[in-house]
Design a protein around this ligand. Structure first.
Ligand code: ADP
Length: 370
C-alpha cells in the first residue's frame, strides 16, 4: 500500500481497517486502536474474526464480507448492532470498498460509531410522540370541556330566565342579583364558545389548497363593513400573495387582525389600517433550508400597547384593555397564532402605547410535505 493511501487512512477520525483477501488485517488506523482499545500487535496480520477475543465475529459482518462483498465492489451503510465486550453495546455503520490498483486485492472497511446518533434519534422520536400525545390530550380537553359545559350552563340560563319572569316573587335587590347572575352566565357562554372555536382550529382543519389572499381581503373588508362605517375607518391593502393554506382559516386570521386594528382605536383619530406584504426568504425555523415566505404586516394607528406584552396577548383569554371599554374575550389572537403555527409560520406583535401597533405574519408559500 502506497504512502499517500497510508497517510489518508491514518488521518481519518473514524476507525478504518485494510484487509487482504483472506480477511487478515493489513493496516488499522489510530482511530481503530483508540476506539476499540486494541494494541497494534494484537491487530496487524490477525484475521478480523480473531480480533479482541472474537468480538468482530459477528454473523451479519460475516455475511457482508464473505457473501455480499465478493459480488460487488462496494457496500454502503451496512448497520450492525453488537455487544462489544470492552466498549459495550454499539451501533456501527460499515462501509466497505475493494481497493483496486494494488499489487494484491485489498478491502477497505470503514467503521462509523453511530450509537449516539441513533440514541438521539430515538429520543427525539419519543419526545415528538409524547408532545403529540399531550397536544391531543389538550385538544380533547378543550373540546370536551367546552362541549360538556354548555349543557349545565343552558340550564342555569333557562331557570334564571323563568325565575326573573316571576316578578311578584322578587324584590328589587333579588332581581338585581338575578340579572347579574344571568349576565355572568351570558359571559360564560361567550367564553365557552370561544374556547370551542379555539379548539376547532385543529379539529375542524381543512386541507391546504391554493389560496389567493388578494381575493380574500375584500371579503374580510366587506364582513367588517359595519365596524368600518361606525368608526369612520379606512382599510388599505396592498398586493397580497397566493399561498398554500386553509382558506377559511386565512380569512379568520386576517379578519381577527383587521377587526382588532379597528377596535383598539384612539378617540382622537379615525382608524387607518394598512395591510402590506412582501416575499422574503425565511429559514429561522430550519437553518440552511430557507423557504419563500410571505411577510404580511397589519398596521394600525390605534392605542397600541407596551412592547413587553407583545407575547402575552397571544395566549388564550389574555387582554390588556378592560371589557368596559373594548368588548372581547381575548381569544382572537390565540386563534391567530394557532392558525399561523398550523401553517408552519410565525406571528409577532410590535407596538408602543399611543403609537399604533403592527402585527407581522410569516407564512411559507408552500407547505412542505416532509
Ligand atoms: P380581544 O380583542 O377579544 O380582547 P385578542 O386575543 O384579539 O382578544 O387580543 C388580545 C388583547 O391584545 C386585546 O385585549 C388587546 O388588549 C390587545 N390587542 C390586540 N390587538 C390590538 C391592537 N391592534 N392594538 C392594541 N391592542 C391590541
Amino acid at each position: 500500500m502506497d504512502h499517500l493511501a497510508q497517510s489518508i487512512i491514518e488521518t481519518m477520525r473514524d476507525p478504518l481497517l485494510v484487509l487482504d483477501k483472506g480477511l487478515s488485517v493489513r493496516v488499522a488506523n489510530r482511530a481503530f486502536y483508540r476506539i476499540f482499545q486494541e494494541a497494534p500487535e494484537a491487530v496487524v496480520s490477525r484475521g478480523i474474526y480473531e480480533l479482541g477475543n472474537g468480538q468482530w465475529n459477528i454473523p451479519r459482518l460475516r455475511v457482508l464480507l464473505e457473501e455480499m462483498l465478493p459480488q460487488s465492489t462496494t457496500l454502503d451503510d451496512f448497520e450492525v448492532e453488537h455487544d462489544f465486550p470492552q466498549i459495550g453495546r454499539k451501533t456501527m455503520l460499515l462501509n466497505a470498498r475493494h481497493l483496486v490498483n494494488q499489487d494484491v486485492p485489498l478491502i477497505l472497511l470503514a467503521i462509523e460509531d453511530i450509537t449516539e446518533r441513533r440514541r438521539a434519534e430515538r429520543l427525539v422520536a419519543l419526545q415528538m410522540q409524547r408532545l403529540e400525545w399531550s397536544n391531543r390530550e389538550l385538544q380533547n380537553f378543550a373540546y370536551i370541556a367546552s362541549h360538556d359545559l354548555q349543557e349545565p350552563l343552558r340550564a342555569i340560563q333557562a331557570f334564571g330566565e323563568r325565575l326573573s319572569a316571576r316578578t311578584a316573587l322578587l324584590d328589587d335587590e333579588a332581581r338585581d342579583y338575578l340579572q347579574r347572575m344571568l349576565r355572568a352566565a351570558g359571559r360564560m357562554r361567550v367564553l365557552i364558545n370561544d374556547l370551542l372555536e379555539f379548539s376547532r382550529v385543529t379539529t375542524k382543519a381543512r386541507p391546504f389548497t391554493s389560496v389567493d389572499l388578494g381575493a380574500i381581503m375584500p371579503q374580510v373588508v366587506s364582513d367588517l363593513a359595519r365596524r368600518i362605517e361606525e368608526t369612520q375607518g379606512r382599510v388599505e391593502a396592498g398586493a397580497l400573495p397566493t399561498l398554500e393554506a386553509d382558506a377559511t382559516q386565512m380569512r379568520q386570521l386576517l379578519q381577527n387582525l383587521v377587526d382588532n386594528a379597528l377596535k383598539y382605536r384612539r378617540d382622537s383619530a379615525a382608524p387607518f389600517v394598512t395591510i402590506r406584504s412582501e416575499i422574503v426568504r425565511d429559514g429561522a425555523e430550519f437553518p440552511g433550508r430557507e423557504r419563500d415566505t410571505a411577510r404580511i404586516e397589519v398596521r394600525d394607528n390605534g392605542i397600541g400597547f407596551e412592547e413587553k406584552y407583545a407575547e402575552r396577548i397571544f395566549s388564550p383569554f389574555q387582554r390588556l384593555h378592560g371589557r368596559d371599554h373594548y368588548e372581547g374575550t381575548g381569544i382572537g389572537l390565540a386563534i391567530c397564532r394557532k392558525i399561523v403555527e398550523r401553517h408552519g409560520g410565525r406571528i409577532s406583535a410590535h407596538s408602543q402605547p399611543g403609537e399604533g401597533s403592527a402585527f407581522v405574519i410569516l407564512l411559507p408559500l408552500r407547505q412542505s410535505t416532509e
